[in-house]
Design a protein around this ligand. Structure first.
Ligand code: ADP
Ligand code: MG
Length: 377
């Protein structure tokens, strides 16, 4: 049994810094072991261009062994004779962790030879790596052409939860978007303009909208390529039933730095020499009311530069509103999920997606190659 999981976790000096994704993979690993499978486990880690000892799976194997309370054997490579011998010697309930799949250049190229070599390690393939399901790589897609492929528990739950929000939400549906760039979230805006009751926009992406409205943006982070898209979105929103809300006030600073001079701005015209780093209190009150009135909330992207403590206020307020909302709440996006966790609010949300890009692509209505390749898709 070959299990593709998403064990792509942050490392700090060779130690797992956040084991959320490892924990999220445990139910499927446990289920397969309980059913008597020897589990050959594979994941990518970071973005190596070839073998790189700094991105070895060894620390992940150690953490996984602690969480499972059992030995995790570590393979010296992704494929090859030695790996094949270890895989065929695997006893029921044992776990063998392959090396970082991106040590093989054929992984991202979805090389058929690599897919076949992976398939030769097992009789069945289970994909639980939702966070990588938007990529057609050898371990996420190619291998499923050579083995019967099934969805793991996490991948299945992600698809069910996100599809429910996308296609059959409890109304009103409120979409809250933030983060750095409009272009990252444009597909979601296009999908939900005319479908959601409300789209609330914060984060640096609002400056592309303000720019096209002819407002002063000072030194704010403005994605220039997003300005044209923002203009189109504003035009389309005029004609649609969806309410599109932008910030009405901001918190500004002189520089992207926690110690910078900080000022509350009544309005959104950013003066010369300043940058918008968070949304203001009227904005969070408005967004909070709308989130509280929602049947369903989908949130992706922080409201400001929340890594800087003085500019985390807006993101915290939205996180608290989402956590307290009586409606169904789903949060996706690496930074938004990290923000919720840092505020201790992760438990209060109905579904926290482990997939950043994958959850956005699913919400946009695009097919995910890693899901499409499975038998039960
Ligand atoms: P997610 O990972 O949740 O999808 P994004 O990656 O799209 O979120 O955006 C997160 C980044 O956006 C954070 O690093 C944050 O600092 C940045 N950001 C949000 N608002 C601002 C702002 N006003 N100015 C500068 N950076 C911002
Ligand atoms: Mg991010």
């Amino acid at each position: 049994m070959l299990l593709r999981a998403d064990l792509n976790v942050p490392l700090d000096q060779g130690v797992v810094a956040d084991d959320t994704r490892i924990r999220a993979s445990l139910p499927t690993i446990e289920l397969l072991r309980d059913r008597g499978a020897g589990v050959v486990l594979v994941s990518h880690l970071g973005r190596p261009k070839g073998p790189d000892p700094e991105l070895s799976m060894a620390p992940i194997g150690e953490r996984l062994a602690e969480l499972l309370g059992t030995e995790v054997k570590q393979a010296p490579a992704v494929v090859g004779d030695e790996v094949a011998a270890l895989a065929s010697a695997l006893q029921p309930g044992e776990v063998l962790l392959l090396e970082n799949s991106r040590f093989e250049p054929g992984e991202t190229r979805n090389d058929p030879g690599l897919a076949e070599a992976l398939a030769s390690l097992a009789e069945l393939y289970v994909n639980d790596a939702f966070g990588s399901a938007h990529r057609a790589h050898a371990t996420t897609e190619g291998v499923a052409h050579h083995l019967p492929g099934y969805a793991g528990l996490l991948l299945e739950r992600e698809v069910v939860e996100l599809t429910a929000v996308r296609d059959d939400p409890e109304r009103p549906l409120v979409i809250v978007l933030g983060g750095a760039k409009v272009s990252d979230k444009l597909g979601v805006i296009d999908r939900f303009l005319g479908f959601a009751e409300e789209i609330l926009i914060g984060g640096a992406m609002c400056f592309s909208f303000f720019k096209t409205e002819g407002r002063d943006t000072g030194n704010s982070l403005v994605e220039e390529e997003g300005v044209e898209s923002a203009r189109r979105v504003l035009e389309e929103s005029e004609r649609s039933e969806t309410i599109l809300e932008l910030p009405e006030d901001l918190i500004i600073g002189r520089e992207f730095d926690a110690r910078t001079e900080r000022r509350e701005l009544n309005g959104v015209d950013v003066p010369e020499g300043w940058m918008g780093l968070d949304v203001g209190s009227n904005t969070t009150a408005n967004f909070g009311r709308r989130i509280a009135g929602a049947g369903t909330v989908f949130w992706n992207g922080p409201m400001g530069a929340f890594e800087l403590e003085p500019f985390a206020v807006g993101t915290r307020a939205v996180a608290e509103a989402v956590a307290a909302a009586p409606g169904h709440t789903v949060v996706g996006g690496g930074d938004s999920v990290a923000a919720l966790q840092s505020f201790g609010l992760a438990e209060a949300v109905d579904w926290l997606s482990t997939g950043g890009g994958a959850s956005l692509e699913l919400m946009e209505g695009r097919e995910l190659p890693g899901v499409e390749a499975l038998q039960d898709a």
